[in-house]
Design a protein around this ligand. Structure first.
Ligand SMILES: NC(=O)c1ccc[n+]([C@@H]2O[C@H](COP(=O)([O-])OP(=O)(O)OC[C@H]3O[C@@H](n4cnc5c(N)ncnc54)[C@H](OP(=O)(O)O)[C@@H]3O)[C@@H](O)[C@H]2O)c1
Length: 289
């Protein structure tokens, strides 16, 4: 168990990526209301300050929330974020891999397709670097926000394309691939963590009116809006269910509408999940020391 002498008396800790906006912001507020210490890992302190202030006022405690810099498009930044977290000497009861991007194009700093690099590989490295701390924390959970958009990745993973700039016109295909990777990662994480007391969940939050869609080409927006979108509070519901209520024994599964659902057949391919895990281990090896 985690040896810090104050653990028994400390509030549980949640590390939430992309907590300055949308679903992540609501998740942070709701967890802070429950007395959970929230660590907000985001790209910009300035954009996170209003939330930090809100949570500290709401809880009447300056200790209830803190900020850590994290740019998932840069594995150096991911490593620095994990090191800063580990240096706080806190347990990590909940790691919430929430941040995500849609509609952006190009390559991340280390040469991965943008959506794959940010949505999957950055979170893979963050989780990898926190692996031991997670195992040392009783009943720890890793919740990864995926998407039903993984259905767009019906051809599975093209390994070469993951290291090429975004090709598709709408970027929907690459987004779908990154979200398929989220589900495969969470399923394999569940298998890797069997017997450690840590459980893993992947989530489809619904189609939610957030700033996620700001970079998506305008002609694609009517497709998204064919049905009324959820608000961010509704969008955080399944994440919160996985953090607070889902049974620990349901590890590695995919949730939507706050219950277990079946993702696509490819997303249930354990061989593919294992292969993605091994590739991701290789790709992040230089940053995992
Ligand atoms: N909205 C939906 O309909 C929907 C549907 C299915 C799944 N999801 C998933 O839900 C999650 C949350 O999205 P949301 O809808 O709440 O969107 P959002 O309001 O745009 O929030 C996305 C968060 O990710 C952060 N982010 C983007 N690129 C990043 C990077 N390189 N490094 C670190 N953080 C980065 C953003 O930070 P900045 O503010 O700095 O950009 C923001 O905090 C995502 O994983 C998304 O794929 C959303």
């Amino acid at each position: 168990m985690f040896s810090h002498p104050e653990v028994a008396t400390q509030p549980p800790v949640a590390l939430i990526t992309g907590a300055n906006a949308g679903i992540g912001q609501v998740t942070a507020i709701e967890l802070a209301k429950k007395g959970i210490h929230v660590v907000l890992a985001t790209r910009s302190e300035q954009s996170t300050q209003p939330l930090l202030k809100q949570i500290r006022q709401m809880t009447q405690s300056p200790e209830s929330a803190r900020w850590l810099p994290l740019d998932l498009a840069d594995l150096d930044s991911v490593r620095a974020c994990a090191q800063s977290f580990l240096a706080l000497n806190l347990p990590v009861r909940y790691l919430i891999n929430n941040a995500g991007v849609a509609g952006a194009r190009g390559l991340t700093k280390q040469g991965f397709e943008w959506a794959f690099g940010v949505n999957h590989l950055g979170h893979f490295l963050l989780t990898r670097l926190l692996f031991e701390r997670l195992k040392q924390t009783p009943e720890a959970r890793v919740v990864t926000v995926a998407s039903r958009a993984h259905l767009l990745a019906f051809n599975g993973l093209n390994w070469a394309a993951l290291q090429r700039p975004t090709q598709s016109l709408t970027t929907a295909k690459e987004y779908g691939v990154s979200k398929l990777a989220n589900i495969l990662f969470s399923a394999e994480l569940g298998r890797q963590l069997i017997g450690t007391g840590v459980s893993a969940y992947s989530v489809h939050p619904g189609v939610v009116a957030t700033s996620l869609w700001r970079h998506v080409p305008k002609f694609f927006l009517p497709v998204l809006k064919m049905r009324p979108m959820l608000n961010a509070e509704q969008g955080a519901r399944t994440t919160l269910h996985c953090v607070l209520d889902a049974p620990q024994t349901e590890t590695g599964l995919y949730y939507a509408d706050a219950r277990v659902q079946s993702p696509s057949k490819i997303a249930q391919d354990s061989e593919l999940a294992r292969h993605l895990w091994e590739k991701s281990m290789q790709w992040t090896a230089a940053y995992a020391q």
